[in-house]
Design a protein around this ligand. Structure first.
Ligand SMILES: O=P(O)(O)O[C@@H]1[C@@H](OP(=O)(O)O)[C@H](OP(=O)(O)O)[C@H](O)[C@H](OP(=O)(O)O)[C@H]1OP(=O)(O)O
Ligand SMILES: Nc1ncnc2c1ncn2[C@@H]1O[C@H](COP(=O)(O)OP(=O)(O)OP(=O)(O)O)[C@@H](O)[C@H]1O
Ligand SMILES: [Zn+2]
Length: 447
């Protein structure tokens, strides 16, 4: 029989974090079925009275059903939460590897349950997130999945664990011939770095990040280590650390300020219960551990491969989108004859090819936005080797078991294609402006 979670059960769930689209809670009750599980609940924008999701007869729009026509299970589903879970199960899991993906399961909830959760968590949510969205009270289902910030077996008191959450973002520079001359800078500067300029301009961040995704995805131990160090210095919404499931570093539910001495000291202190290093050296050892695990697991190579399904860039994929939706191409209407020559072939391919292009672009968008959770547990003397991967940290003479999972593998909606195109242009133009202004300042200084 299907269980429905009701109002009285809401107190068993506590705030864990949130992103733009979902709010996540951890279980503190005593029901074994929910032990060491988290619940992920979809949010709805506050100013959005009628969303696409609710007006659509099925979870997917007609165009999306066409796009995902080869995935029978997905197009048959009529509930948005259910189709979201099926997307992870049938599309993302085979691509990223079943070992690293937990599709979770859906659980029915009553409106009373959602209302009670909303009330319970409101004071812990970041103000910016509260202003933009609340729980989607129209959800019939929520997603239940393992808590990947802890190990699912063993006693947390005697066997503590520490985990990092990394949102790596796009790890490659586009090589697509559809990248125009005006935006050619995209082939030299990462999207992440350019987006920082826009975020700074819009007041979303106060300082530029030092992190470079190309380091993290480089495959080189040294560069991965550099990336982890830089993420620690400027964590923003790209780096968090949890101890036994509680946040000890980074921003809860959003971005974090840059790491000052006070934050660094508190973190060093928190690590001392797990990393057996001399005073002041725990952080350094921990960051080495993270870098070694990221390198050894090989998951970044896998992630990069899937990100590269975006082989034509948004500047190519947008044309295929207009063909599928049978709209006049709003990009081509702005081009001169010479420029048109580059993009006309994209409008001459079969519908199946246009579908492939947009589908691959959206899959890549999912994995450019997902996060990685790496959870560590020090192996104690007498412990038998486990099935987990492990790292021997020479400097502390400790062996750590670790496991890796991807989280947030939501399907990106096809209706966002025009938004992606516009944002791409905005990011390039804001970055170019910043560079120009910097050059101007340097020239004045040198005069
Ligand atoms: O467009 P981007 O690269 O800024 O990514 C968005 C993320 O911004 P970021 O730059 O990582 O801070 C954004 O994250 P934040 O809200 O900034 O924490 C979301 O993850 C958003 O996805 P969705 O709307 O939840 O489906 C993300 O949107 P998608 O582009 O993945 O659809
Ligand atoms: N399975 C899990 N185990 C432990 N923590 C989790 C799990 N899933 C999510 N979280 C925590 O909840 C936070 C929000 O989850 P998630 O990233 O899925 O939200 P989102 O709204 O989809 O994000 P985005 O803004 O990237 O779209 C994560 O940053 C992570 O800290
Ligand atoms: Zn076109």
């Amino acid at each position: 029989m299907e269980v429905t979670l009701r109002e009285k059960e809401a107190d068993d769930w506590v705030y864990r974090g949130e992103g733009a689209a979902n709010l996540v809670l951890a279980y503190i009750g005593s029901c074994p079925a929910f032990f060491r599980k988290v619940m992920r609940i979809r949010k709805a924008p506050r100013n959005d009275s009628v969303t696409e999701i609710r007006t659509s007869p099925s979870a997917l729009t007609a165009h999306e059903r066409l796009l995902w026509k080869d995935v029978d299970e997905l197009i048959a589903s009529s509930d948005h939460e259910v189709s979201s879970q099926l997307f992870v199960l049938h599309v993302m899991k085979p691509l990223l590897g079943s070992k690293y993906v937990d599709a979770g399961m859906h659980v029915k909830v009553s409106r009373g349950f959602l209302e009670s959760i909303e009330k319970n968590v409101i004071c812990q949510r970041p103000a910016g997130r509260v202003d933009t969205a609340q729980l989607d009270m129209h959800c019939d289902y929520v997603l239940l999945m393992s808590d990947h910030s802890i190990f699912t077996h063993g006693n947390l008191e005697s066997s503590p664990c520490i985990s990092v959450e990394i949102k790596p973002k796009c790890g490659f520079l586009p090589v697509s011939r559809f990248v125009s001359e005006e935006t050619a800078i995209k082939k030299r500067v990462t999207r992440f770095e350019m987006h920082q300029a826009l975020k700074l301009h819009q007041g979303e961040i106060s300082l530029l990040s030092e992190y470079n995704p190309l380091d993290l995805f480089s495959g080189s131990k040294e560069r991965i280590h550099k990336a982890i160090n830089d993420l620690f210095t400027t964590p923003q919404n790209n780096f968090r650390v949890f101890m036994n499931g509680s946040l000890i570093f980074g921003g809860l539910g959003g971005g974090a300020e840059d790491t000052n001495l006070c934050i660094a000291k508190a973190f060093e202190g928190a690590l001392m219960s797990i990393i057996q290093a001399d005073d002041g050296l725990c952080t350094e050892n921990f960051l080495t551990l993270v870098a070694e695990a990221a390198h050894k697991s090989g998951v970044l190579d896998r992630l990069l491969e899937v990100q590269k399904l975006d082989d034509v860039d948004i500047e190519g994929a947008i044309h295929a989108y207009y063909d599928i939706t049978r709209q006049q191409c709003m990009v081509c209407t702005e081009l001169n004859e010479e420029q048109m020559k580059v993009y006309t072939p994209l409008h001459s391919v079969s519908l199946d090819e246009s579908l492939r292009v947009v589908k691959d672009y959206l899959i890549a968008a999912t994995v450019k936005d997902c996060s990685l959770m790496i959870c560590f547990r020090p192996r104690k003397e007498g412990d038998l080797g486990s099935v987990c991967n492990n790292i021997y940290l020479e400097s502390t003479k400790q062996t750590f078991d670790f496991k890796v999972y991807f989280i947030d593998l939501d399907m990106k909606r096809m209706s966002k294609m025009e938004e992606y195109y516009e944002l791409d242009k905005k990011i390039v133009s804001c970055y170019s402006e910043m560079i120009k202004m910097d050059q101007g300042r340097t020239e004045v200084k040198n005069q």
